[in-house]
Design a protein around this ligand. Structure first.
Ligand SMILES: *Cc1c(COP(=O)(O)O)cnc(C)c1O
Length: 217
């Protein structure tokens, strides 16, 4: 499963091109897989890794240490503030910041960290994220706390097929532009074409690169 990542990455890059994407970063989402998935992604030419769970990320510390600056971890899962302390030094960018308490804790434990603010659009509820109309003030809060806000992140709805994600993606892209930000992280294995067409600069892919995830224990 993990052995044909390079081939799958080629397929994905072709899908991105067909959707009109020219400068889209791929995050290899390695949650649910062992450290070998991280090694395989980096070997295939994808140094940007996405992880969702603090404990799981900590368990992969050895491979991350061994890879050193050949790998960058993007934290994309819902994050409890009390876990931030353990992640200091492991995370290149926190992409799921969605509330002031979490931002304040990141600013305290890992000052100057790079972050994305996660937007919870009406289409995708229950996946974390700050309501769209509160995003500007949260971005301001993070900047005032000394964090570097590079952009916004959002997760599309699970139901309704890829088209169901389009209105939310469009709204998030408009917010990125309005706030003068650069990174627009949206799109996963099932909806990457819609995301790219709506202006994503970073898609986050698990199953498209590694196959079905083992059930979470
Ligand atoms: C799991 C996950 C992904 C990857 O999902 P796939 O459908 O496997 O590509 C992307 N983003 C977030 C936030 C995730 O939790």
């Amino acid at each position: 499963m993990i052995d044909d990542v390079a081939e799958r990455l080629d397929d994905v890059r072709e899908r991105i091109r067909s959707a009109g994407g020219t400068d889209v970063t791929v995050l290899a989402v390695t949650k649910g897989f062992g450290p070998e998935a991280i090694r395989a992604a980096v070997a295939a030419g994808c140094p940007d890794i996405g992880e969702n769970y603090a404990q799981e990320l900590l368990s992969k510390r050895d491979v991350l240490d061994a890879l050193g600056d050949r790998v960058r971890v993007h934290f994309i899962g819902q994050l409890q503030s009390n876990k931030v302390r353990q992640l200091v030094g492991l995370v290149h960018r926190f992409e799921s910041t969605d509330r002031t308490s979490l931002i304040d804790e990141i600013a305290r434990r890992a000052p100057g960290s790079h972050v994305l603010v996660q937007v919870g659009t009406a289409e995708a509820s229950g996946k974390g994220g700050c309501p769209p109309d509160e995003v500007p003030s949260l971005v301001e809060h993070a900047a005032a706390a000394g964090l570097v806000v590079e952009g916004l992140m959002t997760v599309g709805p699970t139901e309704g097929g890829p088209e169901a994600a389009r209105p939310g993606f469009r709204q998030v892209r408009a917010l990125v532009d309005r706030l003068g930000l650069e990174v627009c992280s949206m799109g996963m294995s099932a909806d990457l074409e819609v995301a790219v067409a709506e202006g994503s600069t970073e898609i986050r892919l698990g199953t498209a690169l590694f196959g079905a995830r083992p059930p979470r224990r």
